[in-house]
Ligand binder design. Structure first.
Ligand code: ZN
Length: 347
């Protein structure tokens, strides 16, 4: 589809639902610089463009690890609890400005605590406080997913799950496993995710991205994943595709991120359309918009431009993402009619 200004405006106005976005990957060079100035954080440069080139990917990276390395300076954005709250507020505010009405935002307490003396519970509290402030000011609803980095090992995974569990019903809706999938396969974390399920936490797992498609099956069967982050390597296994379709397990797709991490050779060969046409539930997402230099609207427009998704299909994807969301059922019951009405209003 050829894009024009009319469709670009419509997609911006469209009420949106995003399920896979890392808070750490939403910190722009501008925000990082502001925080560095206000809290006396030492960065390698105070030049905006230089800082941007340190944290943002241009083109593609050599490996998932190289992608993850981009996060090093972003870790400086959390020197105090006030800064954590501010980051959380700014990220949710920016999403609201892109007309995201329902957002699931994930963050890693381990990563956030690297440059601060504060404990995980205090950090979690500050994150929730920032989001609540944005929810009061803007038309957005936010649920949090506590991210567990594979490279931090099982012990810290267990700690993260236990803290996340104590915030069920208070803003935390689930847990996620992310990071170097090839070096740390999902089965290493089975005990932690058994505890997560027992605590009423919803589970989503990054799988079939930097590692093989069999990780997707393990994530679902052994770790209790109700959604899969990326999962696009299932395209290599037709039986697995049918199994996932029949189970109704959604894949959280992020087009630009998948190209940059070399999960696909180039955008045109991304299997998003094939997965969708096969009947597999999907959602579209940004993953790490500040690192990937994208926005949610841009990702939806890419899907339309490169994969011929129509406006009606994009609207359908928003509703389907809403239904896939881990937000509490009472909130979903309340929000769905309004979302339907607003979607119908964009023609
Ligand atoms: Zn991700």
């Amino acid at each position: 589809m050829v894009l024009n200004q009319e469709i670009i405006d419509k997609i911006h106005r469209l009420p949106k639902v995003e399920l896979h976005r890392h808070m750490e990957g939403c910190i722009s060079a501008e925000l990082l610089l502001e925080i560095a100035r206000d809290y006396n954080v030492k960065l390698p440069t105070d030049n905006l463009e230089e800082l941007r080139s340190l944290i943002q990917i241009k083109g593609r990276v050599g490996s998932l690890q190289e992608f993850l390395d981009k996060f090093y300076w972003v870790g400086m954005a959390f020197p105090t609890l006030e800064a954590v709250e501010r980051v959380s507020y700014c990220v949710c505010r920016d999403c609201a400005r892109d007309n995201i009405r329902v957002l699931e935002l994930r963050f890693s307490p381990v990563f956030m605590s690297l440059e601060t003396p504060h404990g995980w519970e205090e950090l979690l509290h500050a994150v929730l406080k920032g989001a609540r402030r944005a929810e009061n000011e803007f038309d957005i609803n936010v649920g949090f997913i506590v991210g567990i980095s594979r490279s931090n090992g099982l012990k810290l995974a267990m700690k993260a799950v236990n803290i996340a569990g104590s915030y069920v019903g208070l803003g935390v809706v689930g847990v996620d496993l992310f990071g170097d999938e090839a070096a740390f396969p999902p089965e290493l974390f089975i005990p932690a995710f058994k505890v997560a399920q027992a605590q009423g936490l919803n589970v989503t797992i990054h799988a079939g991205e930097g590692g093989g498609e069999t990780n997707v099956r393990t994530a679902i069967e052994e770790l209790g994943a109700r959604r899969i982050g990326h999962g696009i390597r299932i395209i290599n296994d037709e039986k697995l595709m049918a199994w996932i379709r029949d189970r109704g397990i959604p894949l959280e797709i992020a087009l630009t991120s998948n190209v940059q991490t070399q999960t696909v050779p180039d955008l045109a060969s991304h299997p998003v359309r094939r997965l969708y046409d096969y009947g597999i539930k999907i959602s579209l997402n940004t993953d790490d918009p500040a690192i990937c230099d994208t926005t949610f609207s841009k990702e939806l427009l890419l899907a339309m431009e490169v994969f011929d998704f129509t406006l009606d299909e994009i609207k359908g994807l928003m509703l389907s993402a809403f239904d896939q969301s881990f937000l509490e059922e009472y909130r979903k019951k309340m929000l769905r009619p309004k979302l339907e009405m607003e979607l119908a209003g964009v023609k």
